[in-house]
Design a protein around this ligand. Structure first.
Ligand code: B12
Ligand code: SF4
Ligand code: SF4
Length: 316
């Protein structure tokens, strides 16, 4: 706990947390995902947006976070940098003494029917995928806010980096990136690897959205059960596949990888007619959401069989 904070504590819940912090965190998140009306597609029979998430953990001082300044962006924060900045600039604690920090990462699988209907599309996203993109991210934001508030009420400091003013998406003309890349965080926390199309493949597949928060408590890190950052993709693991190349309506994916600028053009220009109502009413958000490379592909809902994840802990 941070020096100088005055928690208002529910002692039973605090005890439950101290007894098994991971079990407590997972329980409150799974309950929220199961019961929150915000995790519902109200235009689609109130179906859940997300299935129950999977969880991964990383130590805040894992050296892999330093490497993200090179492989993501020079301004990408380490967990310790973020926590320190949050405590001093948001909580206004002078010279905070921060002890152990852990990273909690979640991957929330899309509802199976959403995956099915988007797989039937070839030029732009299904309406249900579009609602999932925007309402799903609203839910993700609400979820981490809820979790950090529950923890704060127990006197445990926690923060979701992408909900702070320090989070920033880096946009063109700079290469697209951010100061807290959820997929790199998920990689560090053992949840999966990247792929030919840059998408993140977990044991629940590539059809997931990622989320994370930091907590001022030591938690046992998860093993990284892969040899490198591309191991879950068949294209790199065995030379097979490449199915996402044909799925992309904008030729943004080739054997050389994912062209982010082309993808950005598809989202904001090529698929604008979807937002303008040319493919039926009801599309919402700043862009329609595409995701064709994440549906109708062998990695959509699992690690594909001919990828070769192996148990090598701590490599990365
Ligand atoms: C900017 C952004 C975009 C940009 C750029 C995407 C990109 N590849 O970075 C654009 C507009 C193109 C985009 C498109 C989409 N996005 Co987007 N986007 C983001 C955002 C806001 C930041 C991403 C970021 O920081 N990228 C950093 C760069 C550097 O990542 P990168 O180039 O992929 O990283 C490579 C290097 O690091 C390299 N590498 C080299 N050496 C090493 C060594 C190591 C150890 C490692 C780990 C890596 C590595 O490997 C990586 C893969 O090639 C995140 C939200 C967030 N806060 O994270 C969502 C996010 C990435 N988007 C998401 C989604 C779903 C989409 C879309 C489907 C649209 C939609 N419906 O939302 C498409 C899919 C595009 C695709 N094929 O991946 C999801 C991804 C889910 C998943 N399973 O992968 C995220 C995580 C949002 C979320 N909360 O879940 N997005
Ligand atoms: S469709 Fe195939 S090549 Fe593309 S990301 Fe998935 S496993 Fe890799
Ligand atoms: S999100 Fe759409 S445009 Fe972008 S790479 Fe995937 S299929 Fe192509």
């Amino acid at each position: 706990m941070i020096e100088g904070l005055q928690p208002i504590v529910d002692s039973d819940k605090r005890h439950e947390f101290e007894n098994d912090p991971k079990a407590f965190i997972e329980r409150i998140i799974l309950d929220y995902v199961a019961t929150s009306p915000s995790n519902r597609l109200e235009s689609f029979d109130d179906a859940p947006i997300f299935e129950p998430p999977i969880f991964g953990y990383a130590a805040g001082d894992d050296p892999v976070f330093e490497t993200f300044k090179e492989v993501v962006h020079k301004d990408h924060f380490t967990p310790r940098e973020f926590f320190g900045k949050y405590l001093s600039e948001v909580q206004k604690i002078a010279n905070p003494v921060v002890g152990d920090i852990s990273v909690v990462s979640l991957a929330l699988p899309y509802n199976r029917e959403t995956m099915r209907v988007n797989a039937l599309e070839n030029e732009g996203p299904a309406l249900r995928w579009n609602h999932t993109r925007w309402k799903g991210q609203d839910f993700n934001n609400e979820l981490v806010t809820y979790v950090t508030e529950v923890l704060a009420a127990l006197g445990i400091e926690a923060v979701a980096p992408d909900q702070t003013p320090f989070f920033r998406i880096v946009r063109p003309p700079e290469p697209l990136a951010s100061t807290w890349s959820q997929r790199h965080i998920a990689y560090a926390a053992g949840l999966g690897t990247f792929s030919l199309n840059d998408g993140f493949i977990t044991t629940k597949g590539i059809g997931v959205r990622c989320n994370s928060f930091l907590i001022n408590v030591k938690l046992e890190p998860s093993a990284r059960r892969y040899t490198d950052h591309l191991a879950n993709c068949s294209f790199y693991a065995s030379g097979a596949c490449g199915a996402c190349i044909d799925r992309c309506p904008g030729a943004a994916i080739t054997a050389e990888g994912h062209d982010k600028l082309k993808c950005y053009q598809v989202l904001f220009v090529q698929q604008k007619p979807w937002i303008d109502g040319m493919h039926g009413p009801g599309y919402i958000g700043d862009y329609a959401g595409c995701g064709l490379c994440q549906t109708g592909v062998p990695c959509a809902t699992r690690i594909p069989v001919n990828a070769s994840p192996r148990q090598i802990d701590g490599i990365g």
